[in-house]
Design a protein around this ligand. Structure first.
Ligand SMILES: C[S@@+](CC[C@H](N)C(=O)[O-])C[C@H]1O[C@@H](n2cnc3c(N)ncnc32)[C@H](O)[C@@H]1O
Length: 331
């Protein structure tokens, strides 16, 4: 075997080590503690109430991975961990990492998801645990999306849009970005109750309570109304089966005013072969393990659903910021 192939196989086969080391360190809030000072493994172990020797082995690996540096026996954050893994910082990604760690258990059932009749395994032991996970997940999505949302809001022309429905709006990441960019805009954020707990806190944090309203409940059950200039759907498709997406699009199209438009965004569109780009191709497998029915979709598939939902001028737009959207109008 060529040496390059050997190393590639080894790297992929053992990638779980890197993931687990980083995810455990993030769960311990190790980077948050080290943001204020450099520390020895002994002192940090005292603070974390763990054993110093195993902790030093973990931290040495984090040095090797570039998330810590070590001078004599003292460890400190590197640029990347200090920017993204310290609680309270603007670019904090720790929530996203925490929910990735929780997803780990679901991903363990990947082999079963290939069997007929697979139903995703419920991994929460209590309602409280599920609530904690949902909070972490929704904040994680905000970690992941707030920069993208700001740049989409900057390049998406919403002139003439006064009321926008944000379906499955999560932490209100996109509604916040749109409301900030468009001072006349009122957003209605629809989501499930626990997700809205996070959204309300985020909306308040941004001082937008007067312009982002919430609609609590399931998008399958709620009556959306019919008075929206735009319906925004972001990162919803990859969690739903094909026929569910078609149903949701038809329901969304009905919520539009005669000159309104449905705008669909997803961080994880694939190309028509579903093998590219790399991240969505792999994320599809994760969705399969989680939901047993969904995957990432191509822009062409989304376009077909929108046309079947009765929308016209259904077109892909690549924004200046590089993000792809699919939009269609009621007339
Ligand atoms: C992947 S997140 C996307 C959140 C947000 N749109 C974004 O792009 O950051 C999917 C969202 O759909 C919401 N959701 C899932 N099932 C739902 C349902 N039946 N009714 C309403 N919202 C739902 C979730 O709570 C979550 O906020």
């Amino acid at each position: 075997m060529i040496q390059q192939d050997y190393f590639r196989l080894m790297k992929v086969a053992t990638a779980y080590r890197e993931s687990k080391i980083l995810l455990v360190a993030n769960d311990l809030e190790l980077f948050t503690i080290l943001s204020h000072q450099s520390m020895s493994a002994e002192n940090l172990a005292l603070k974390l109430q763990v054993e110093p020797n195993p902790l030093s082995i973990l931290m040495n690996a984090l040095v090797a991975m570039g998330f810590l540096s070590k001078e004599k026996e003292h460890y400190r954050n590197t640029g990347i961990s200090d920017k993204y893994l310290v609680q309270g910082k603007l670019d904090y990604m720790g929530h996203f990492l925490k929910q990735s760690h929780i997803r780990w258990n679901q991903f363990n059932h990947l082999a079963e998801s290939l069997q007929p009749g697979y139903a995703p395994i419920q991994t929460f032991e209590s309602i409280d645990e599920e609530r904690r996970f949902t909070h972490s997940w929704i904040w994680g999505l905000d970690n992941l999306g707030h920069n993208a949302a700001a740049s989409i809001a900057q390049s998406l022309d919403l002139s003439g849009v006064r009321r926008m429905l944000d379906i499955g709006g999560g932490a209100a990441t996109y509604s916040i970005a749109f409301a900030k960019r468009n001072p006349e805009l009122i957003c209605v954020l629809l989501d499930l109750p626990v997700a809205l707990e996070v959204a309300r806190e985020n909306i308040k944090r941004h001082g937008l309570d007067d312009r982002i309203q919430t609609m609590e409940g399931s998008y399958w059950k709620l009556d959306f109304g019919t008075d929206y200039d735009a319906v925004w759907m972001s990162n919803i498709l990859h969690g739903l089966a094909q026929e569910e997406n078609e149903n949701l699009m038809a329901k969304s199209a009905n919520a539009l005013l005669p000159d309104g438009r449905l705008i669909v965004h997803d961080m994880f569109f694939t190309d028509d072969s579903h093998t590219n780009p790399y991240y969505p191709a792999l994320f599809s497998v994760q969705m399969l393990a989680h939901h047993g029915k969904s995957r990432c979709y191509s822009l062409k598939e989304v376009q077909e659903w929108m046309i079947r939902a009765g929308l016209s001028n259904v077109r892909r737009t690549t924004l200046d910021s590089g993000f792809d959207l699919m939009a269609g109008s009621k007339i």
